[in-house]
Design a protein around this ligand. Structure first.
Ligand code: AOF
Ligand code: ZN
Length: 368
């Protein structure tokens, strides 16, 4: 049976569903399964499943459980190839065969060596019809953190910048300057809710004293880990970040040793210290990201300031750029942005444009 328009619509729904647990499944990707079967000549959704918070159980078994007896004879829409390995539960591919699923429509092959191709093989050997690569680009976008971690052994990095109409990111010496509309701010807080870490440089921390939490009503507990690149340990223990370190985690990336007085104070405030290597330009970013990856971090937002943005770009460590452009100009005393729609680093292509109130948002991704 060929892939139909209905198949694509169900897969699009499954991919959208994965965003519900994005950033909450540990090192596991957030995967969705939707089971659909014919009931009196009508396609009916009989089960839905998502990778559980923390990473287990997997999506397929959740959906099969919800469908109960109705699972047999249904089509399973899965955003990732069902697993073939034994973890804390048996392989999902086996579970689909045992449940009597007749057809599996999948979006992407799992790059995990324990699964890659083997999941599909178990399904086919079990007599299930398998369709692959349905809406693969959209699924890969939703799983970018997981895929980047598997491919490059580092987290996926989004650089987020807000620019005034005249290409400035702030005003010299005046702390936070409102550039974008509250609507844009809500949208960027949604990215915070689905990301593991938000990183800023120490200058931004000192100038703005930001909290970097997600402040969307009901999603406050989805705030990412806040990370400050603070080679010389200048973050004050009474900063908004350090004061809230016991409520929402703070990591301080530094090259200072533990016998430093500020090190002791910040640790006492509840901040976690990440020992980093030093280069002539500051903290060694590839090694820092590798360490974060080792801690299970799959997605990082880099949010200010210009020097930090520049350092990540120069090191080739940015996968996606989200550029918000507000309607007002800042003028002469503004701080120039390291990039603009006219000046994009080589290798990035525009993949989306959207309007939020008076603002524009452009998205750029690295072309392969
Ligand atoms: C699935 N369905 O919902 C997810 C899958 O640590 P474990 O044992 O849970 O295995 C992690 C691997 O499982 C992960 O690397 C990926 O290959 C797969 N994730 N597979 O069938 C799911 N989340
Ligand atoms: Zn599984």
């Amino acid at each position: 049976m060929a892939v139909s328009e209905f198949d694509r619509r169900m897969m699009a729904a499954a991919i959208r569903y994965t965003y519900r647990h994005l950033g909450r499944t540990g090192t596991n990707p957030s995967v969705a399964t939707i089971l659909v079967r014919d009931v009196d000549g009508m396609p009916v959704i009989v089960g839905r499943g998502l990778t559980a918070i923390g990473g287990r159980p997997h999506a397929e078994t959740e959906a099969i459980e919800e469908a109960g007896d109705l699972a047999a004879g249904s089509t399973a829409y899965v955003t990732l190839e069902p697993c073939a390995h034994h973890g804390s539960t048996p392989p999902c591919a086996d579970a689909l065969v045992s449940a009597g699923i007749s057809r599996v429509v999948a979006a992407t092959t799992d790059p995990d060596g324990r699964v890659s191709g083997l999941g599909y093989k178990i399904l086919e050997d079990g007599g299930i019809e398998v369709e692959t690569d349905v809406l693969a680009p959209a699924a890969m976008k939703a799983m970018a953190g997981y895929l980047t971690q598997r491919r490059f052994a580092r987290p996926h990095v989004t650089l987020k910048l807000a620019l005034s109409q005249d290409g400035k990111i702030g005003r010299k010496g005046s702390g936070q300057v409102p550039i974008t509309d509250p609507l844009s701010n809500h949208v960027s807080h949604l990215l915070r809710a689905t990301s593991d870490v938000i990183a800023i440089g120490i200058n931004t921390a000192l100038e703005d004293d930001p909290s970097l939490t997600c402040r969307l009503p009901g999603l406050e507990n989805r705030s990412p880990i806040r990370l400050v690149l603070d080679r010389e340990l200048r973050l004050p223990p009474d900063s908004a970040l350090a004061r809230s370190a016991r409520d929402y985690p703070v990591i301080i990336a530094t090259t200072k040793p533990p016998d430093d007085e500020r090190y002791r104070q910040l640790t006492q405030a509840g901040c976690q210290m990440l020992a980093c290597e030093e280069t002539e330009n500051g903290i060694a970013l590839p090694e820092m990201l590798e360490d974060l990856c080792g801690k299970g971090i799959m997605t990082v937002i880099v949010e200010g300031g210009a020097a930090v943005a520049q350092a990540f770009l120069e090191a080739g460590l940015v996968d996606r750029i989200r550029l918000y452009i507000g309607p007002e100009a800042i003028g002469e005393d503004g701080i120039a942005a390291p990039l603009s729609p006219e000046i994009m680093p080589a290798g990035f292509v525009k993949t989306a444009a959207a309007r939020f109130g008076p603002d524009w948002r452009f998205e750029y991704e690295r072309s392969e």
